[in-house]
Ligand binder design. Structure first.
Ligand code: ZN
Length: 222
């Protein structure tokens, strides 16, 4: 294989979809005040209802980089006076990622972590970000950065919200009302969302009949 061929093979390998066992799921509770419960969707114990976002972990990404080019490297864009990688004023790190001789920039932050873990997290996040510029896990990035604000419990759910996931995870009528109001606020009460709300409300009521007075905003179960 010529040099040019091995470059195109390596770069193409980066763009191939990741296998299900290489993809992690991150639950994003609808509200920080949500009551925690066992989640039937991901098997975790977290605030419900929640959306679920997929991301590729550091180990799977590193494995893919090695497959594409065993000699891949990254370097910080700048060094501080102490000779160490220079972080910007918000704790972020710019890097250059070189794969098969092609160099692209990436930026990472500490995702709310602190101390030594913050540095490791920023490096991993920058690699994920730069890898995305090569097309790695691009399908997952289409939904937005899945790891954005993961460790900040006060942070809102990353957009775009997967309304049908939220609705499917709701277990009470008040939760459905909350979702309805929120979707309405951002003009997302589309036909599929309304249908899902109605269907889920019927299911919730069938599972545990409850007082629905005052929930006029939720569409009738029919
Ligand atoms: Zn879950």
């Amino acid at each position: 294989m010529s040099g040019a061929e091995s470059v195109s093979v390596g770069l193409a390998r980066l763009r191939e979809p990741f296998l299900p066992n290489e993809i992690n799921t991150l639950p994003k509770p609808f509200s920080k005040d949500s009551k925690k419960a066992n989640c039937p969707q991901c098997g975790g114990y977290h605030g419900m209802p929640a959306a679920h976002l997929d991301y590729v972990g550091h180990a799977a990404l590193t494995n893919r980089l090695l497959e594409a080019d065993p000699q891949w490297t990254w370097t910080p864009l700048a060094l501080g006076p102490d000779g160490l990688p220079k972080f910007d004023s918000t704790g972020g790190l710019w890097i250059k990622l070189t794969i098969c001789g092609v160099t692209r920039l990436g930026y990472g932050d500490a995702q709310g972590k602190s101390g030594a873990n913050a540095i490791k997290e920023a490096i991993g996040d920058a690699l994920r970000n730069a890898g995305m510029r090569f097309g790695a896990a691009l399908d997952l990035w289409h939904k937005g950065d899945p790891l954005e604000v993961t460790t900040d419990e006060d942070a809102p759910i990353a957009e775009p919200i997967v309304w049908t996931d939220l609705i499917a995870a709701a277990t009470t009528v008040p939760q459905l009302t909350e979702i309805y109001n929120r979707a309405n606020t951002v003009n997302q009460l589309t036909d599929p969302v309304m249908l899902a709300l109605k269907a889920r409300k019927a299911e919730v009521l069938a599972e545990a009949p409850q007082d629905v007075s005052g929930d006029a905003d939720v569409p009738p179960a029919e």
